[in-house]
Write a protein that binds this ligand. Structure first.
Ligand code: SF4
Ligand code: SF4
Length: 340
C-alpha cells in the first residue's frame, strides 16, 4: 500500500517543557460578559447554547463551535476526536494546550460528545509517548496516535473511517474553552499561538488575547530586524500576511516569521509522481496540471479535483515548485462551473 502524505523536514520548534507564556493585554474595552455556569447534567441544547454564548470558535477549521455541534447533532458524528496534535514541524500550540491541561481538554470533549450525541470519543495525540502519558492521567478517554506524515489530520480521518464510519474533529483549544464556559460561564477571549520560523530568535507558545496585532505577538519571540512577512494558520497551508497589524483570531494556531518571501521558482513538470503519492484525497495533481496547460482542458480528466482538501502536501513535495494546490482548485472550479 502506498503511504500517502509527506514527511516534512524536521525544524527547530518550541520546546514543550517551556510551557505557554502569557502575553498581557490589550485590555478589552468592556468587561467580558460572563454567564451562568452549566449544571452537571446539562443536556445537549444547554451545552450548545453555552458554546454560542461563550463565542467559541474551533481553531481546527475556524467554525463557531455552537453551529458545528448543532450540525454534528443532526448527522450523528459516531466518533468525536479532540485534535491534540499539530501537523507541521513549526507549530506546537495544540500539543502545548494538551500538555498544560489535558483534563480540561478531555472535559470539553465529553461535553461536546454529549451535545452532539457522539457514540465514541478519542484524544488524538502526536506520538506514542503522548499516548502513554495520557494513559497515566486516567481521563477515561482512549488515545489515538496521529501519524508523522503530513497532513496527519486527513490521513488519520481516512484511517478511522475506512469501514464507512463517521467521525469529526474538534480542536483541543475549543474543547478547553467549552469546559471553561460550562464550569465558569467564561467567554473565549484568548488563544494559544506558536510563534516560530527563521525570523525569530526565541520561538515561543504564547497565550494572547484574541484581537492582539500579529506584530505584538511576534515581538514576544524576539524577531530579527528583517522580518517582513509571516505565515498565519499553518507553515504549510496557512496564508502569508505582509500587514503585521492584522489581528490574531481564534483560528490563528501559529505565526511563522519569515525573513523574506520564499523564492518564486517554477520549472517544467518532470513527472516524478511525488504529488500524486503525497495527495491524501486521491487527486493526481500533475495530470490535472497537464490538462489545464493543454489549452483545451477536458473537465472529465480533472481526476477527483473536487475532493481536494487544500492541504498543499502536493506543493510541499514538488521539485519543480509548481503551485499544484492552486491549479487543482482552478480545475475544481472549472468542473463545477461546467467550463471546458
Ligand atoms: S511533483 Fe511536481 S514535478 Fe513531480 S509529477 Fe508532480 S507536478 Fe510533476
Ligand atoms: S492540496 Fe489538494 S491536490 Fe494537493 S495534496 Fe492536498 S488534497 Fe491533494
Amino acid at each position: 500500500m502506498i503511504p500517502h502524505g509527506v514527511r516534512l523536514e524536521p525544524r527547530k520548534g518550541v520546546p514543550l517543557k517551556n510551557g505557554i507564556v502569557r502575553l498581557p493585554g490589550p485590555e478589552p474595552v468592556s468587561a467580558p460578559q460572563t454567564f451562568a455556569p452549566l449544571k452537571k447534567n446539562a443536556g445537549p441544547s444547554r451545552i450548545i447554547a453555552a458554546a454560542e454564548k461563550a463565542g467559541i470558535v474551533d481553531e481546527s477549521d475556524g467554525m463557531p463551535l455552537g453551529k458545528k455541534l448543532s450540525r454534528l447533532a443532526r448527522r450523528g458524528p459516531g466518533l468525536l476526536i479532540a485534535r491534540c496534535f499539530d501537523e507541521d514541524p513549526c507549530t506546537s500550540s495544540a500539543r502545548a494546550v494538551f500538555r498544560e491541561d489535558a483534563e480540561k481538554v478531555a472535559a470539553g470533549l465529553k461535553l461536546a460528545a454529549r451535545a452532539c450525541g457522539a457514540e465514541e470519543k478519542r484524544l488524538a495525540v502526536a506520538s506514542r509517548g503522548e499516548a502513554r502519558r495520557l494513559r497515566g492521567l486516567r481521563l477515561g478517554i482512549p488515545a489515538v496516535v496521529a501519524g508523522r506524515r503530513y497532513p496527519a489530520g486527513i490521513l488519520l480521518m481516512r484511517k478511522l473511517c475506512r469501514n464507512g464510519g463517521r467521525a469529526a474533529f474538534l480542536g483541543a483549544q475549543a474543547c478547553a474553552a467549552l469546559a471553561d464556559a460550562a464550569r465558569e460561564g467564561k467567554p473565549q477571549s484568548e488563544t494559544v499561538v506558536t510563534v516560530a520560523g527563521d525570523g525569530v530568535r526565541r520561538p515561543v507558545n504564547c497565550r494572547v488575547r484574541i484581537g492582539t496585532p500579529v506584530e505584538k505577538v511576534l515581538r514576544l519571540a524576539k524577531p530579527e530586524e528583517d522580518v517582513r512577512i509571516a505565515a498565519v494558520g499553518s507553515a504549510v497551508a496557512g496564508r502569508t500576511v505582509r500587514d503585521l497589524s492584522l489581528p490574531v483570531t481564534a483560528a490563528t494556531r501559529c505565526v511563522i516569521a519569515l525573513r523574506d518571501a520564499p523564492p518564486e521558482r517554477r520549472y517544467p513538470c518532470i513527472r516524478c509522481g511525488r504529488c500524486a503519492r503525497a495527495c491524501p484525497a486521491g487527486v493526481i495533481p500533475w495530470l490535472v496540471y497537464r490538462e489545464l496547460e493543454s489549452g483545451d482542458p477536458d473537465p472529465l480528466l480533472f481526476f477527483h479535483a473536487g475532493d481536494c482538501a487544500g492541504c498543499r502536501a502536493c506543493n510541499a513535495v514538488c521539485p519543480s515548485g509548481i503551485d499544484l494546490a492552486a491549479e487543482v482548485r482552478r480545475a475544481a472550479a472549472r468542473k463545477e462551473g461546467g467550463e471546458g
